[in-house]
Design a binder for this molecule. Sequence first.
Ligand SMILES: [Mg+2]
Length: 153
Amino acid sequence: MKYNIPQIGVIEINTIVLDLNGTLAVRGKIVDGVKERLITLKKLGIKLILFTGDQRGNASDLCNELDIDFKKAVSQKEKEQFFLELDTEHSAAIGNSRIDNGKFRHAKLSIATLQAEGIHTGIIGHVDIIVPTISDALDLFIDSDSLKATMRI
Ligand SMILES: [Mg+2]
C-alpha cells in the first residue's frame, strides 16, 4: 500500500511486523477486532509477520488462530536480526515492549500500542506514532487519511 503523506512524500508499506504480548494480545488473549483487521490488511496486499519473545508460550496457538506466521525472537538483538532480513524501506513495525526497539530502529514507520500491558518508556524515542489500542494501529494502515493526518508536517 502506498500512503502519500503531505510534505513528506510517498511511504510504501508492504510488510507489517507485529508483536504478540501487549500488542496483538493482552494478558494472553487476542484483542477483539484484531482478526478482522488482519484479514482486511491481507486483502490490501500487506504481508503480516509476527516476532515474539513468546512470554506465555502460546504464540503457536494464537498465530494459528490468526493465520499468520511467527518467528520466536527472545531478545531485542534477535528481533533486529530478523527485521533486517526484510525489505526495511517498505516495512512497518508495531509493538509495545523494549524488545521491539530491535525493529523500531529500522522500520520505515513505527507504531506503539498503549494498552493494558503498557509501553516501556525506552521505546518512545524510537516510534513515530503512539495509539491507544492495536485496532487503532491497524486502522492507520486501512484508513489512510488517518495516517496522513497524523504524519503530515
Ligand atoms: Mg510486547
